[in-house]
Design a protein around this ligand. Structure first.
Ligand SMILES: NC(=O)c1ccc[n+]([C@@H]2O[C@H](COP(=O)([O-])OP(=O)(O)OC[C@H]3O[C@@H](n4cnc5c(N)ncnc54)[C@H](O)[C@@H]3O)[C@@H](O)[C@H]2O)c1
Length: 254
């Protein structure tokens, strides 16, 4: 069986770097028509250039958007679908991860994290659902291992990941009868710009601590996460829905 994604339209948020970039690459490699959504202009263009240099069947295209602006997002995705056709694969990958004790967040900071990390996934899922109901489809939400055990100083981020897991399970139940699968991939600690930004001055310590906690004694990569997303987006996982797949080297199990 092939991936079953040839010519299928895949929309990936946060595709301009880190894990999202590798998800775009893996989907393009499997034959999908990928639309990369992100806020950042320069990285979007260079990521497309890098992937398209590989000469896959369909060129990756890119669209600008700020997931915090939910009204604009709703309009943009409806126009996108009208213009280039129904979305078969939606990957809700983008997230922000501010840190600090609970009392340091203004309410609007908390709300902004929920908008980008969780509410945008609702808006996008809603917008692609009419097309998916007719022709089938797969939604993959990117969660986080932080939800499994909780992490201090990350209340807005972890709360949003909890909302995303609820969306995953509830929508999987609702959309399954129409041939639409909804799953979550929850990475452990993956070295990306996000990690480098957050732990800038303590990278060596973090690296050693991560490997000590994992069962597998090497760091995972963005491609490891992308491979799991590809599997859940593809026909190879046709009997799997409502599932949270941990990609964490055996750190948290369960
Ligand atoms: N890196 C890790 O260790 C790790 C661990 C667990 C979960 N995750 C999850 O994996 C996903 C990707 O993480 P990453 O490490 O690649 O992050 P990253 O910061 O490297 O990339 C996130 C992307 O999202 C985009 N983005 C941010 N805000 C946006 C907005 N308002 N509108 C549109 N795009 C926006 C950024 O421009 C960026 O390209 C996230 O959901 C994250 O929570 C990552």
């Amino acid at each position: 069986m092939t991936w079953g994604l040839d010519g299928k339209l895949a929309l990936v948020t946060g595709g301009a770097g880190g894990i999202g970039e590798e998800i775009c690459f893996a989907l393009a490699e499997s034959g999908a028509r990928v639309v990369l959504h992100d806020l950042q202009n320069a990285p979007r263009a260079s990521v497309c250039e890098r992937i398209n240099a590989a000469g896959f069947a369909h060129e990756v295209t890119t669209t600008f958007g700020d997931l915090a602006d939910l009204d604009a997002l709703q309009k943009d995705v409806v126009s996108l679908v009208a213009e280039i056709g129904p979305v078969s694969v939606l990957v809700n990958n983008a997230a922000i991860n501010p840190r600090g004790p609970i009392e340091t967040y203004a309410l609007e900071d908390f709300v902004r994290v929920q908008a980008i990390n969780a509410h945008a996934a609702f808006v996008l899922s809603q917008a692609v659902m009419p097309g998916m109901r007719k022709a089938g489809g797969a939604i993959v939400n990117i969660g986080s291992q932080t939800l499994a055990g909780g992490v201090p100083d990350m209340v807005p981020y972890v709360s949003a990941k909890g909302a995303l897991l609820g969306l995953t399970r509830s929508l999987a139940r609702e959309a399954g009868p129409y041939g639409v699968r909804v799953n979550m991939v929850s990475p452990g600690a993956i070295p990306t710009d996000l990690e480098r930004r957050v732990w800038a001055d303590q990278l060596a310590r973090v690296e050693a601590e991560v490997v000590a906690k994992q069962s597998l004694k090497f760091r995972g990569s963005a491609r490891d996460v992308a491979n799991a997303v590809l599997f859940l987006a593809s026909e190879k996982s046709r009997f799997i829905t409502g599932h949270e797949l941990n990609v964490n080297g055996g750190w948290h199990m369960g």
